[in-house]
Structures are given as structure tokens and as C-alpha cells.
Design a protein around this ligand. Sequence first.
Ligand SMILES: Cc1cc2nc3c(=O)[nH]c(=O)nc-3n(C[C@H](O)[C@H](O)[C@H](O)COP(=O)(O)O)c2cc1C
Length: 334
Amino acid sequence: MHQIFSFGSVSMPRTAMLAPMAGVADRAYRLLCRSFGAAAAVSEMVSAKGLCYGDKGSAELCAITPEERPMGIQLFGSEPEFMARAAAMVQQYQPDWIDINMGCPVHKVIATGSGSALMRNPSLAQEIVRAVCRESSVPVTVKFRLGWDDTCRNAVPFAQAMEDAGAAAIAVHGRTKAQLYSGNADWDAIREVKQHVSIPVIGNGDIRTAADCCAMYEQTGCDMVMVGRGSYGNPFLFREIAAAMDGAPAMLPTLQERMDTMLRHVRLILECNPQKPPEVAIREARKHAAWYMTGMRGAAQFRNRCYHLESYAQAEQLAEDFLRMQEEDGYHEA
Ligand SMILES: Cc1cc2nc3c(=O)[nH]c(=O)nc-3n(C[C@H](O)[C@H](O)[C@H](O)COP(=O)(O)O)c2cc1C
């Protein structure tokens, strides 16, 4: 049996949760990862201002289906009034919690003072957390990085400021804004944060294997782990992590299971986008299909075919050809 991780009214097995990833971890992705054992999920980041101004796309990002729960809605913005209004608006979707994005390094986001720019303005960040807490009937969490750059690594005082302002838990990605996604995540810095706050800390950055996840728990003392890119084309990672946390042997996917899951993922994308014609929705499936081939022998030519997928039938043909090629080449399952 797994230990339980909880904050406020939210609880989940202490294995690993899926990270918010705009443009990647959409509903299809979240459903798939949850089905393989991801402990929880978070929405793609939602613009508080977009919601307040009635943007349809922003509202659509907030919808939650029962199978995705527990699930948080992540808001971004830099104005406490808009963040508070957005927090009040998203209550109708009954999120299990609200997460505030204070880690995004994308220029368009930080140019408005949102995302990781808030790490340079802790008092405004606190105002935002207080404003969101006031309007939310569910716990409020904050996700941030180690700081702006190497000259401003303020994750410890920032974490304390978030706790003081009312955050129920924090998620820390072990990189600075300036690092973007380069270099290695600094897990020691996550440990330092953990040692200086009383609220739960969710460790994040560079979990690619179940062993990485166990090492993250061990090295940082974190309460929960969050996995992002390691799940690309590899939702099986959540199953492997759940087994490792139980001390059970890993159940690695066979090649057949990889291809079956790739096809299931493509079907989910089509099902989750009924408003789009299939030939449009399939485009969203291309990068995902390609990720399922990553690291396998002879994958390059197949990945190229993934980027040109026009229909589900083509995806099926691709999976069949890929499996046949691996068999002919004498591929042996591990
Ligand atoms: C394509 C992509 C989109 C992302 N979108 C978000 C987002 O919307 N909100 C957020 O807080 N973090 C976002 N992140 C950051 C991830 O949640 C995570 O912090 C980061 O990828 C490090 O974890 P990893 O090494 O497990 O991928 C995004 C990352 C990627 C690669």
C-alpha cells in the first residue's frame, strides 16, 4: 500500500503526479497518465485575464472530467484583482485545488509580470496568493522555480513568503528562470526549501525513471514528486513509479503495449476534441505518436512518418509497420 500525500482537503497516493504542461498535458494526456497511475493532474496554465474577459479557450482549459481527479486548475496572472476574480470563476468547475503559476519562463508570460517574474516581486506574489485564497473554497498551491537567475536564487525566502500568504503546498522546479530547461535540476536546492517550510513540498525536475523518483524522495525529503517531460510517450513511467514505491518489480511495457498505447493516445485525442474535424485533431497527435518511438532502433524514419499523420488509419498502419520492422530485425523484448 502506498503512503498518502495530502494538503487541505486533497489526498492522493504518494507516488508521482503529472506536471502541468501547456500544449502537451491536455485532457487526453492527463486521462492516459492517470490511467497508468499518475496520482493527480493539473490543468494547462489558464490566463486569469483571459477568463475574466470571457475568452472561450481559457474557459475550456478549466473543464475537468471525473477520471482526471484529483486535479488542480492552474492560473497565471500578475494582478491580484484579476487573479481573485478568476479564482471565483473557476469554482464552478469544482477543481480539487487551485495552483498559481510563478515559474513559467516564457517571454510572453513574464513580459506581463506573471509566471517566474513574480519571484522578483515576492510582496506582489503574496498579495496574489492572499487574493486567490480569499475567493477559493479549495486549497491554493504555488508552483515556482529556484529563482530568477544565479544571482537571485531566492527559493527559500520565497517559499516562506508563500506559506505565510496562505499556500497549502508548493511545487518547486529545481531550475532558475534563466536556465529555462537546460542543465540539471538542482535537487539539493529543493531539499533546502523543504527544510525551511512547514507546508508540503512537491519536488519537480528531471524525473525520467522510477529510480529517479525514488532518489528525488530520498535526496530532497520532499512530500510528493511531480513528473513532466519524462512522461512524453511514456505514461508507463507512472506505473513503474507506483511499483517502485511499493517495492514491487517494475512492469516495463512491451513493444506491443507501447504501440497499443500510442494508438489509444491518438484515439483519446480525437475523442477529446469532438469540435474539431478529425483531420485537424490528428495534427495534435503527431508529436505524441513520435514520442512513443523515441530511443528505439530505426525510430527516425517512423518519427518522420508520425509528423505527417493525416488519419487514425495511418497511425494504425504505422504501428503495424513499426512492430513488423522490429520483429524482422530480431528485436528482443527486455
Ligand atoms: C511543453 C511544456 C509546457 C509547460 N507548461 C507549464 C505550465 O503550463 N505550467 C507550469 O507550471 N509549468 C509548465 N511547464 C513546466 C513543467 O510543469 C515542469 O516544471 C518542468 O518541465 C520540469 O519538470 P520535468 O523535468 O519533469 O519536465 C511546462 C513544461 C514544458 C516542457
